[in-house]
Design a protein around this ligand. Sequence first.
Ligand code: TXA
Ligand code: MG
Length: 309
Amino acid sequence: MKISVEAAAQQLKEGHVVAVPTETVYGLAASITCPEAIKSIFTLKGRPSSNPLIIHVADIQAIQSYICEQPEGFQALTRAFWPGPMTIVLPIHPDRVPAIVRADLPTAAFRIPSHRITQQLLKLTFPLVMPSANRSGSPSATTAAHVESDFGSNFPVLEGSCSVGVESTILIYDKAWQIIRQGALPPAAFEPILGYVPKIKGVENQEKPLCPGQLFRHYAPKAKLTLTTDFQGIAGQVIVGYTDRIYPPSNHLIPLGNSSSPEEIAENLYKILRLLDERGIQEAYVDVLLPPSGLFATILERLFKAAQK
Ligand code: TXA
Ligand code: MG
């Protein structure tokens, strides 16, 4: 059910959950002041309580009272990338951030989104905790219709488009800045600001994962996805590929965009993964012949996770 920004602000104040578009993906928002609403986000999504939420704020002043440390480079990062698709994990005062938001960790994740509607809303509310607005494990939502398909047509949704299409990049500081979730901003984007390219910290081999959510199955449609770079011998199948490539003609192409435009592919990624299920497609072959760098690397990471069973 589409609602206005004013109605959304009112519902959030009254302790309800509302779906909100951001420039990356849709979020399922609750006010940081409403513990019952925050609890119901976990229930609605089917999300384990060990997977913490991102706190979204209108401006940098709004996070000052929560955090107890500003690692070196923090100011420069925020000047360069906020508002925008960057999330930063920082040590917090435990008595000021509800434990449910941060899964009892001594840190919390913060982001200032750049979407005009999210900004408008955040000016009318307290900080909003928002995970992506999808059922846990499913592809993230990037349209109001995706949200309604996961949570029902009566669910309150603010309408807007998610032009980036993949989630924010998450950074944490541990002697140096590290990326704990690849996202809209590739590692190289941070080099001019930090003087080095932050390393991507995998969840494998970590005793205690820094980004708990990364352990769970993610972004997957019901359809079985086979990732491949060789389409010889594939006939009569659904191929998720690119408009500028030629595939064996008996197949049905569902295009992600032009293979030279990672921005276009990212914007379409979850739409296409969801389209497979909407059309009842049970199996698809995905063309992963893409350069493994920049935003392409994020797209490939999402596709690998989507193909895991
Ligand atoms: O683009 C985005 O980031 C979207 C939009 C709505 O802002 N949000 C999003 O939220 O992707 P979610 O909940 O799907 O993913 C948040 C990730 C989780 O994997 C979680 O583990 C990590 O952020 N996270 C949150 N707080 C953390 C913390 N204190 N330490 C480490 N990781 C944290
Ligand atoms: Mg998510």
